[in-house]
Design a protein around this ligand. Sequence first.
Ligand SMILES: [Mn+2]
Length: 336
Amino acid sequence: MKEKSGIIPEEIVQAIAEKENVVLFTHVHPDGDALGSLFGLAELLDSLGKTVFCFLEEQVSHLYDFLPGSDRAKCNLQQLREFVSGAESDIIAIALDCGDQDRLGKYKEEYLQIVPFVVIDHHLSHQNFGTYRWVDAGCSSTGEMVYELAVALGADVNSTAAFNLYVAICADTGSFRYDCTRARTLHIAAELVEKGVKPEKVGRHLYDNYTQERLKLMEFVLATVTLCESNQLAFMHVTQEMLVNSRATMHDVEGFIDYPRSLRSVKVAAFIKEGEDGQVAVSMRAKGDCDVAAIAKLFNGGGHRNAAGFRIFDTSIDQVRSLVKEEIRKVLTGKK
Ligand SMILES: [Mn+2]
């Protein structure tokens, strides 16, 4: 089980090449990188003549149902079981963009019984699981890694696969703006454009795809922005009541954190989301050298240096804000 940075472990390439049936997993509440990587890889494996089962615990959010292949996602556990038992031993599972096994979802123990179980991920906070792992925190996105895998497998990257992978890379790099964007990222993006991706079309789907409900929710959420620590730290939150009043869903908040983050003085933006039944989720985004993955880890969360999050149970927005404020303050004042 070797994990070499930038090089795909040979046993992963071999195991995928050998098996006929493939189950693809990703993390719960999948984002653009998770879904673009999943449907992109599904298309690549199709082209290699494999039988692919894309499993998701929840339906694809309306923000990403434009992804070609999103209609092939199956959320039915029984169907998954039938696929697995029908394949006998000629099967492999691949989990994409999943930083720890808890994020696989409710039935993770059952999924992990599929052997071999391959893990492809780029989270800095990655916690090892599965049979074979390729974890490279130097990659901007799992989409970038899936492209490298396609090359290693000799798979044909057709325009459908290319579109999905391009969306995945855009999603995790903020369309090539974040720190994780490397020369290799742009080379891969250029290759995907050569395969037929229209960047303008991707941009339209990702950024000009609001519903009125989402815009209404954004009005409510942006009204909660507060600044502290000499305007270096921004907080905002969303409540269940705001969701009801805007008729939007929690999916709709994706990307909202970019607004407080965009303030010139802000080094860290934290977005607190009131879930159902006393659960509160926090997303953090940082600029420069502030490591929010380390802060998320204090609360049993994880992520990347500049983008991380965690969840707390039985708490309130106010309580979470003061807890997080204290930890971020330590980082900003250099006391940690
Ligand atoms: Mn990712």
